[in-house]
Design a protein around this ligand. Structure first.
Ligand code: ARG
Length: 582
């Protein structure tokens, strides 16, 4: 097999065999679900196929199961078959199949995971607003979106990561006025985006006390919108300043975009689009504004009305999202667009997607929404009750990771070079922040905790990183004992713990596909956590150094190597590095 060859996933191979086995029993064989058997069962996989066929064939499902089992016998993939409960068929894989499949994974650059089609998928994520610092509220979209970008790319799809930054809107009237009247040049030189944010926050505070400020902001905004050169230059400066600040966060977190088309990119497309939607009856004039209604057959609203042009003629966030859908269709002809934002925009995207359908767009549109991430009281010294800026939060994560490792190394009596410690702190700290997010179902609220993030026992990045480091130390130790390095092909099964680890590794492709399909990186995280637990059990029960059987010894080194490759690849898909030693 060549390095990039893919392997037929085990469930798929079994489903095909099962379908063939019932081909002359029913005209259209159903696609049988094949799942890993629960712990305690003798078989590796189970299928309810016989139960599925009960309606069509009549009779007792156990009888049907037994007919299927007879037909399946004598297959070199299958070592054993059994029938359980009301008629579940249990399948035990042959050692030969496991050996060939796992050696195939070892020989492949992509661990044998098949690619999907290479059609284009747009991922719209991160998208912070200009003239404000990124804070912890922006982290989830950034981290989840990036994991999806990595997953889609790994699975062979053509990804366009588009950072739809908020670079247009009424806030610019405020910041421009405040800039002209209150700016502190020195502060701006020291911390450009911090100063822009201060100006904005100060203005909003003033505006609350004195309504006349609203008119000042409006006047600046009107000038900006009507092409005033000074205001346009200031606006551009604010975008550039913000993007430099965003970039430094992205670089630190190893996050990448293919394009950054902010909201303003669509400005010229907005009015013609509204006119078009009015002309074709999609939108209506209501109290001077252009609105789209969503009504069922009784005339009741299925969604709140969607305002796309205010009565004063101004377009909105909604309008630019419609123009964005249209632009992406024309420019890239994607088969899927994924939007990653928090839960509060669920209705917004329902409305956008529904209007997109009316505009003739049949691309799959997914809103991957996520819950809030909060910090527990006292976890961070938040200033003025504001969310801490993201870079300070990341600094803190690295610092805590470093402290933990220094303490651990001290207790082991080890001293490491400072640079390696810094490197380790970065990998554990930033990996920990990402994993704290990605290991949860996006659609839950999470309370972030540094202590939890750094726990060496739970489902954490540092635990997975530690597991990966252990695979390195095992092979290093073996080498120092004069044991030959893993040959990538020899595999032998002796103990159930080996088989368990092997079966888990077979499932890597399935986990990555599920995470990508469902927009849930936590499905991959959970898989990796289970893999790590099975690896530790294997490590404890299946010795290498003292194993007298040379074939078995070699097999264990190969399993160790494959576990490392799967862990490293899986972590990389989550945007997390794995250190060689810890
Ligand atoms: N800038 C927006 C916000 O901060 C997020 C944009 C999401 N993407 C989109 N196409 N609307 O809420």
């Amino acid at each position: 097999m060549s390095a990039t060859d893919s392997l037929v996933p085990v469930q798929e191979a079994l489903a095909t065999k099962l379908q063939a086995a019932v081909a002359d029993l029913v005209e259209v064989p159903p696609t049988p679900p094949v799942d890993r058997s629960k712990a305690g069962f003798a078989s590796d996989f189970q299928t309810p196929l016989a139960l599925q066929l009960k309606k069509q064939l009549g009779g007792n499902p156990r009888q049907i199961a037994s007919t299927i089992v007879d037909k399946l016998g004598g297959d070199d993939m299958i070592a054993g078959l059994d029938i359980g409960g009301p008629g579940f068929i249990g399948v035990t894989l042959s050692d030969a199949y496991l050996q060939t499949h796992l050696a195939g994974m070892l020989a492949s650059d992509r661990l044998g995971v098949p690619v999907l089609d290479d059609s284009t998928v747009v991922i719209d994520f991160s998208a912070p607003n200009v003239a404000k610092r990124m804070h912890i509220g922006h982290i989830r979209s950034t981290i989840i979106g990036d994991a999806l970008r990595r997953l889609g790319t790994f699975l062979g799809q053509t990804i366009i990561a588009d950072n739809h930054i908020g670079d247009w809107g009424t806030q610019f009237g405020r910041v421009i006025w405040a800039w002209k009247n209150w700016r502190d040049e020195e502060a701006f030189a020291a911390d450009p985006i911090g100063e822009l944010e201060r100006l904005y926050v100060t203005f909003v505070r003033k505006e609350k006390e004195d309504a006349s400020y609203t008119d000042r902001a409006k006047a600046e905004l009107v000038k900006l919108q009507s092409g005033d050169a000074e205001n346009n230059a200031l606006w551009q400066m604010m975008i550039d300043t913000s993007r430099v600040a965003f970039e430094s966060i992205y670089e630190r977190l190893d996050i990448h975009f293919d394009v950054t088309h902010g909201e303003s990119f669509y400005n010229d497309m907005l009015q013609p689009l509204v006119d078009e939607l009015l002309a074709d009856g999609t939108a209506q004039i209501s109290e001077g504004a252009a609105v789209i209604f969503f009504k069922d057959e009784h005339g009741d609203d299925t969604l709140p009305p969607f305002l796309i042009r205010k009565s004063d003629g101004a377009a909105l966030y909604a309008t630019s999202d419609l123009a964005t859908v249209r632009y992406r269709e024309t420019e890239w002809s994607p088969t899927r667009c994924i939007y990653v934002t928090d839960t509060r925009q669920q209705n917004h995207f329902r409305q956008v997607f529904e209007v997109a359908r009316r505009m003739g767009v049949d691309t799959r549109l997914d809103h991957v929404w996520f819950g809030m991430m909060t910090l527990p009281e006292g976890a961070f010294s938040t200033r003025d009750g504001n969310a801490p800026p993201l870079h300070e939060f990341l600094d803190e994560a690295e610092k805590r990771a470093r402290d933990q490792q220094v303490k651990r190394l001290e207790s082991l009596g080890e001293t490491w070079p400072e640079e390696e410690l810094d490197q380790l702190a970065r990998i554990i700290g930033l990996g920990g922040v990402k994993y704290s997010d990605l290991s949860n179902n996006p659609q839950t609220n999470i309370t972030f905790s540094f202590d939890k993030m750094l726990s060496l026992e739970g489902n954490t990045a540092v635990y997975l990183q530690y597991t990966s480091a252990r695979t390195h130390s095992l092979s290093k130790k073996a080498a120092s004992e004069g044991i030959a390095p893993p040959d990538g092909t020899t595999l032998k099964l002796a103990l159930p713990q080996e088989r368990d680890l092997m079966l888990q590794m077979l499932d890597f492709g399935k986990a990555t596909r599920a995470a990508w399909e469902q927009g849930k990186p936590n499905l991959l995280a959970t898989y990796l956590y289970e893999l790590a637990s099975k690896y530790h059990t294997f490590y404890q029960s299946c010795p290498v150094k003292t194993e007298a059987d040379a074939t078995l010894q070699m097999s264990r080194l190969n399993l160790n190597l494959l576990a490392r490759k799967v862990l490293a690849q899986g972590l990389d898909l989550l945007g997390i590095d794995a250190p060689e030693r810890m």
